[in-house]
Design a protein around this ligand. Sequence first.
Ligand code: RFL
Ligand code: PHB
Length: 390
Amino acid sequence: MKTKVCIIGGGPSGLLLSQLLHLKGIDNVVLERQSREYVLSRIRAGVLEHGFAELMREAQCGERMDREGEIHEGFFIAHDGRMDRVDLHRYSGGSSVVVYGQTELTRDLYEARERMNGRVIHHVEDVKLHELTGDAPYVTYRSGDEIVRVDCDYVIGADGFHGVSRKSIPRGVLREYERVYPFGWLGVLSRTKPVSPELIYARHERGFALCSLRSQVLSRYYIQVPLSDKVEEWSDEAFWDELRRRLPEEVSQRLITGASIEKSIAPLRSFVAEPMRHGRLFLAGDAAHIVPPTGARGLNSAASDIYYLYHAMLGHYLDGDDSGLDGYSAKALARVWKAQRFSWWMTMMLHTFPDSIDYDRKLQDTDLAYLFSSEAALRSLAENYVGLPF
Ligand code: RFL
Ligand code: PHB
């Protein structure tokens, strides 16, 4: 098989790039290890920044998002038994975020790729990247007993944190920065009316909690749990009881509970791999960086990588200009680190750390007190939450 751009990974990053390149006549192939159904069963992000929504529209995939997604102009931070609202619209100079599930967005991308006869190959096994630093890279994969070879100009590693692409960069070249947090998030999806029309991030001594949603009939809730907890040990009832305890009284009284339709634990991690380019391989999204979900930055950071890569590829193929490709890693990483800083800060401010001392807890109190007493601090939070410019 021959193509211009071989994309490893059919998650949101890989599919979005594939779709954008296709619309500009740049031939590409997506190789995905899992089935489409499996990819669509992973419940993940829910909050999209404005720049991401724009990119979906540019990819001609924004129609359902614009119809069914909800525009949110603010969210709440609950602490010390009360609720303070962050007015995103006011403090970001008129911006907002879109609440639209990653599952739905990925479904829209798959459907668009199918409509346009895009090549998305599922169930690829043993993907290997070859000759990345030469002029003629290629990728091989196994399909049943057959080994298939894909010759290309460029390889995009959009295969998530556990993918093969980052691991194909030699150890001496790659530098990894990582912080692992001593807890995870237990998430529950339920077909119930959300407790609040806007998200609530709750700080509580028993641990962090988040009330989010996918629509006005579909709720998504999370609670901080120790890493040693097993999802099978958490009955629905135990989850709702614990969530109630961590919310202000007026909120917990309104909480409507129901059977969970998905329940999972995600560990929290901060991670960056540098550089994001090695020869003709370019990393994008979770393959290169992970944030704890507290600031809703993960998928949004993937979107800025895709934006830079897309424009770099246009420069190369349409104008013969390689400056975008050459500058990709530095440009993407500059924004990635800002999302890292913001997600780390939100995580530190809102979670309960098992080894924290009184001094740390006082600083957390002060962080929140400062935030809600300073317009400059609220502006900084809002600017980061709605997404820094690409
Ligand atoms: P993905 O989604 O992991 O997709 C990678 C794809 O690559 C495939 N793959 C391979 N294919 C071929 N060969 C191999 N060797 C392969 N290895 C892997 C995988 O099967 C998969 O389909 O990465 P991508 O596309 O970069 O997208 C990143 C986002 O999924 C991620 O950043 C977000 O979900 C993070 N995130 C959130 N981000 C936000 O911006 N806003 C949010 O509100 C938000 N909430 C969340 C989140 C992540 C969470 N979890 C579970 C980690 C909430 C949670 C709980
Ligand atoms: C979600 O709805 O899954 C969600 C929302 C906001 C976050 C993290 C996750 O910060």
